[in-house]
Write a protein that binds this ligand. Structure first.
Ligand code: ADP
Ligand code: ZN
Ligand code: ZN
Length: 714
């Protein structure tokens, strides 16, 4: 009787054996339903063995092998295994996190087949029936009939079953590429460096200023991959950027099948997109970090746009870096990977400097006549802001209004005010579950914790002394919105932050309004900074950036620079010249000076020198063990025992003492961590592998723990 070795979504670093009546090597990579305790779980078959270490009476029979989709290919399992080993998480957890939710259930996948039919020419078209299924199908097929091969295999099988299609397939026409611009010389150089390189893996860092036309470089490289019948994987940092990118791909590659994988895509669609990637029917797979796990049998190119963005790092569960896994996948598949950014991460920058990555630079804007904006620093000591706005910025806003141009006011803090306080006794509204203040939201009259989501009504009087004069301190986007509306009554002010865009469809509607010119002043957070092309914006005002200068995190300056550079890049993207006004008390600060000169490289070099000297990444490799508990003592106690259980051999390693985290209390849990550093990635990995075995074997009581490899937040 064959033994199936199955990966299950359980916090145990091993596989689970089940007995099967029959199984063949082709079942490796298939999903299977198996009993576990009194539950039925879905697992993936990793190995078929002749015998098990389990006693025969403890070996349970496996449930059915799910043959609703082809087995996950060996390359895909290798990626999952790499992520499992590198990030120190059980393989089953990694696989589970990577699969779309529809495939995480111990049931065969059922997709809405009635949405498809085959035309006389043998091409798949969309039936007018069932609006929802039709929308999903349209999304897959585009507007016109497509070859039957463009269908997900499950849908095609369902059609055959329902007698709507015969299992014969028409040949698929090759997708075309619509050339749109004559490339600039810098773009030509970048494209040809990538497309004429010898076949095989190579990482490129495409460092291009905002508006330099990095997308056009991606498109040309993708065209090359598609022409040789390969697939392209494109990762973007923001869900909100996918519709715009997707439209661009659809327009520029007629006949190509583009699928989107993000958490906003409905479950069935996501399963179909996944299957289309796995069958090779989808030529372009576009998505956020989770798309890095798409199965891609014919992978020919990987693109990571805004590669420095922190959102590529998953912050819970399997804490992977999609950027790093993207590079790994390109390496494993022997194909090029293009990392694009105006402000590369110091990690990638350092690789480019050392020659590990090839540096390709685009130093000027691509559109004829478009220049980088003029960045000016407004000294808050000389021109003190009133209700957040300096006189200089207020005048500049008035001038844009008079000229019917758009302005953008950037403040990376949502809500009305970050603190509600009592002037009588000094009481401050705090979260009962976190070491944090509650943020005042006046739009819906609530106090809200931005860390755990706790909500409370706004008190009428101070809960300590009864004083009714409770006052908001500091300002967020809602307050600036109010100020702007009062200062410029004729202006149409549009606030764009995660509060105002939460409801489905809101972001799309707002983007449309901005593009049509139905808004004069945009007020927003970092949502507005990333990648968007708002051609009507000619002025960007930056408020309260100094707050981030004071942060203790050594990555804060790198992030602040990237953010300000990005948001500054929103100004003047079309012909009208752009202006950026940054209100600051420290106009001489090197970060602001670099921003004024649009100089990333010298700034990066200076930061890198500091990091090297201080022994911070990318010059050392790091991992942290974090623990949380109802009591801080328990979390610290666990870390102490974990330290005692760590491997004794610690050559090339520094293991630090347990300390409380900087946000020590979150959602009612006290949090602490322990840092491990090494100059050798290999030494660190060896240590972690051994240590995590010991950790999984420890008794933890109610303490929860996890390892975070290459952490970016502390
Ligand atoms: P980036 O991603 O580098 O910030 P984009 O790719 O968004 O820049 O390009 C900025 C603008 O320049 C887009 O509107 C794009 O259509 C335009 N563009 C790109 N390449 C060219 C070119 N070679 N000639 C003219 N316009 C171009
Ligand atoms: Zn009080
Ligand atoms: Zn909270």
């Amino acid at each position: 009787m064959p033994i199936l070795r199955v990966a299950l979504d359980l916090p145990l670093p091993r596989l689970f054996d089940y007995a099967a009546a029959e199984a063949s090597p082709s079942d490796v990579g298939r999903r299977i339903a198996v009993p576990f305790g009194r539950r039925t779980l879905v697992g993936v078959i990793i190995e078929i063995a002749a015998e098990s270490a389990l006693a025969p009476e403890r070996l349970r029979p496996a449930g059915p092998i799910l043959d609703d989709m082809p087995a996950l290919p060996a390359e895909w399992l290798a990626v999952a295994r790499f992520a499992s080993e590198y990030y120190q998480r059980p393989l089953g957890e990694v696989i589970h996190a990577a699969l779309p939710t529809r495939l995480r259930r111990p049931l065969p996948l059922r997709l809405p087949p009635a949405a498809y039919a085959l035309t006389d020419a043998g091409r798949a078209a969309v039936l007018p029936a069932r609006a929802k299924a039709k929308r999903a199908a349209l999304d897959l097929l585009g507007d016109g009939p497509q070859p039957a091969s463009a269908l997900p295999p499950a849908a095609l099988r369902a059609l055959v079953r329902d007698g709507l299609a015969a299992p014969a397939e028409a040949a698929r026409p090759a997708p075309r590429f619509v050339e749109e611009h004559a490339l600039t010389p810098a773009q030509v150089a970048a494209v040809s460096a990538i497309t004429t390189a010898p076949a095989g893996y190579q990482a490129y860092l495409l460092a291009g200023v905002t508006g330099s036309g990095k997308t056009e470089v991606y498109l040309h490289c993708i065209a090359r991959a598609l022409a040789s019948e390969r697939q392209a994987l494109v990762l973007v940092p923001e869900i909100n950027l996918t519709p715009q990118m997707r439209d661009e791909f659809a327009r520029r590659f007629p006949g190509a099948r583009v699928v989107t994988l993000t958490s906003a895509v409905a479950a069935n669609e996501r399963a179909e997109a996944w299957l289309a990637a796995q069958s090779g029917a989808a030529q372009i797979v576009l998505g956020t970090r989770l798309a890095v796990f798409a199965p891609l049998p014919a992978l020919g190119l990987v693109v990571v746009d805004e590669e420095q963005d922190a959102s590529f790092k998953q912050q819970d569960g399997v804490r992977y870096s999609a950027r790093d896994l993207a590079v790994y996948r390109a390496h494993a598949a022997g194909v090029p990977v293009v990392l694009g950014s105006a402000t590369p991460s110091l990690e990638s920058w350092t690789h480019a400097r050392s020659g590990r990555y090839r540096l390709l630079e685009l130093k000027a804007r691509a559109r004829p006549g478009s220049r980088l904006p003029d960045v000016r620093l407004v000294d808050s000591r000389v021109d003190p802001p009133v209700e957040g706005l300096s006189a200089t910025l207020a005048e500049a806003l008035a001038a844009r209004l008079a000229r019917h141009e758009q302005s953008l006011v950037f403040l990376n803090r949502r809500g009305y005010a970050p603190v509600l306080a009592c002037g009588g006794c000094g009481w401050i509204g705090g979260c009962t579950r976190c070491a944090a203040h509650l943020v005042l939201h006046t739009a819906d009259r609530r106090l809200r914790c931005h860390h755990c989501g706790l909500e409370a009504a706004i008190p009428r009087h101070c809960p300590v002394c009864g004083n009714v004069d409770l006052a908001p301190f500091g300002r967020g986007t809602q307050r600036i919105e109010e100020t702007l509306a009062a200062r410029f009554p004729a202006a149409r002010v549009l606030r764009i932050d995660s509060d105002s865009t939460r409801a489905k469809g809101r972001w799309e509607a707002m983007r449309g309004a901005v593009h049509r010119g139905d808004a004069d002043i945009l007020v927003g957070t970092q949502i507005l900074a990333k990648g968007h092309d708002f051609p009507r914006v000619t002025l960007v005002g930056v408020l309260n950036a100094d707050a981030a200068l004071a942060a203790a995190d050594y990555r804060a300056p790198e992030r602040l620079f990237a953010q300000l550079y990005q948001v500054a890049g929103r100004a003047g993207r079309a012909a009208a010249p752009g202006e950026v006004l940054v209100q600051t008390r420290y106009p001489d600060h090197p970060l602001y000076q670099a921003l004024v000169r649009h100089e990333f490289a010298p700034f990066a070099e200076a930061l890198a020198a500091e990091r090297r000297q201080a022994g911070f990444p990318p010059f050392v490799h790091e991992a942290v063990l974090r623990a949380d508990s109802a009591r801080l003592g328990d979390a610290l106690g666990f870390l102490g025992r974990a330290l005692a259980a760590a491997p004794a051999r610690r050559d090339e390693l520094s293991v630090f003492d347990p300390v409380p985290m900087s946000l020590a209390r979150l959602a009612g849990r006290e949090r602490a961590q322990l840092l491990v550093q090494s100059h050798s990635r290999r030494a660190l990995q060896g240590f972690l592998a051994e240590w995590s075995q010991a950790l999984y074997a420890m008794r933890t009581g109610e303490v929860r723990w996890h390892l975070d490899v290459d952490p970016i937040e502390f």
